[in-house]
Design a protein around this ligand. Structure first.
Ligand SMILES: Nc1nc2c(ncn2[C@@H]2O[C@H](COP(=O)(O)OP(=O)(O)OP(=O)(O)O)[C@@H](O)[C@H]2O)c(=O)[nH]1
Ligand SMILES: [Zn+2]
Length: 378
């Protein structure tokens, strides 16, 4: 096994070189995320060795065949629990890939919608504990909104392979530190948008410097920044907001929040592009299909390997700061939003309940949120 020095070699260093064209860590991480979405391997440096990281969801059969045997499958602890695979430590679980394992076996471990092949290998206990490298790999595929499962392959020439093939390469610790940093979205453009629910609207578009998703702020009227502002933190829901899906309450909440701002004269609705509580639309549809089999919204996330809620509400606080808003009357039933704004220095002076859109198709969903996610009922 090739043990790579824990520090990044000078040629790959992401620390400031003085060259303004040199890539910064955030940019390298952003590139890695899009490479993984494309199915390209990336290389992470760390203990126990430099490793090639391949996302299970987008891994092609050709690349898998070229890897030869060995390696480890990294799953989240949630997914390992769903597979009843133990032991695991912390947020990730390692499964050694036996010689001759097939790609469909690996895919079935990662994806609950796939059938285990008839001659499937039995997952073995790992030979060592998960390292930061494994956690970094999972964070990257989650940021790519893929299934949270990666293949990790170590070997004597991993770094050479990366350099020869122009693969992304970064220290695992750099990835972890960068992914934990709050995003700082910058305003890009804004214009007047009169809406059915609120005539006097203005849409502001914000972009994160790391190339992450854009977020929007809908400003109704011109709120007085010296007074608490009526605010809604809304997370993207293509099915509810655009299609009018009855499986959730997002569409009615969006419209009711805008109407309340119109009635109030002013307000700000943040539209955060964190679809599916941060797992992305493709994974949300995977969760919906598990819900069609009887799982509730939280169980379905866990079965896929996700936490109940993968959103980062620091983005909401950053947007409010950008808009000069420090005190809010927050329209929500979700105490996690209040706690996060508070801890980010945005004072939640008042909570305004937002109870609309309950119907036969979403009763179980709303009840589960109240029972398992602490949503307030009144
Ligand atoms: N993963 C997953 N996401 C869902 C499901 N149903 C809705 N969502 C997503 O959940 C989010 C709903 O967000 P919010 O409207 O902020 O709702 P909330 O966290 O319940 O908080 P409040 O509405 O403020 O009380 C959106 O991103 C939806 O896409 C589901 O069954 N599974
Ligand atoms: Zn929804």
């Amino acid at each position: 096994m090739h043990v790579f020095p824990p520090t990044t070699p000078a040629a790959l260093s992401v620390t400031a070189t003085g060259d303004p064209l040199a890539l910064r860590t955030a940019e390298r991480v952003a590139r890695m995320v899009s490479d993984l979405r494309l199915g390209l391997p990336v290389v992470l440096l760390g203990e126990p060795a430099a490793a090639l990281i391949l996302p299970v969801e987008t891994l092609s059969p050709e690349r898998f065949a070229a890897l030869g045997s060995g390696g480890e499958l990294v799953l989240t602890a949630r997914r390992a629990d769903a597979l009843r695979h133990r032991p695991h430590e912390g947020e990730v679980a390692l499964i050694p890939v036996p010689a001759g394992a097939r790609l469909d076996w690996i895919q079935a471990l990662a994806d609950p919608s796939r059938q285990m092949p008839a001659s499937a290998a039995v997952p073995q206990a790992p030979q060592h504990a998960p390292a930061p490298l494994h956690r970094a790999a999972i964070r990257l595929v989650k940021a790519a909104e893929l299934l949270p499962a990666v293949l990790v392959v170590t070997g004597p020439d991993v770094v050479e392979t990366a350099l020869r093939n122009d693969l992304g390469i970064l220290a695992a610790d750099d990835v972890l530190n960068q992914i934990l940093l709050p995003r700082d979205p910058r305003p890009v453009s804004d214009a007047r948008v009169p809406m059915l629910a609120a005539r006097n609207g203005r849409l502001h578009v914000f972009r994160a410097p790391d190339g992450g998703p854009e977020h929007y702020a809908v400003e109704v009227g011109t709120p007085d920044r010296n007074q608490p502002v009526l605010v809604r933190l809304h997370s993207a829901c293509f099915t509810g907001d655009v299609l009018g899906s009855l499986k959730c309450d997002c569409g009615p909440q969006l419209q009711a929040a805008l109407r309340a701002m119109e009635a109030n004269g002013t307000g700000v609705l943040l539209y955060l592009n964190q679809e599916g509580r941060g797992i992305g639309l493709a994974n949300k549809m995977r969760a919906y299909s598990l819900q069609d089999q009887g799982l509730d919204t939280v169980e379905a996330n866990h079965r896929l390997g996700f936490e109940d809620d993968e959103r980062d509400f620091r983005t909401g606080a950053a947007l409010l700061r950008q808009m000069g808003i420090g005190r809010v009357r927050l329209m929500t039933n979700n105490p996690a939003k209040i706690a996060r704004l508070d801890s980010e220095g945005i004072e939640v002076v008042d909570r305004v309940a937002l109870k609309v859109g309950r119907g036969p198709e979403n009763t179980r969903y709303l009840d589960t949120k109240a029972r398992k996610s602490g949503h307030l009922l009144a």
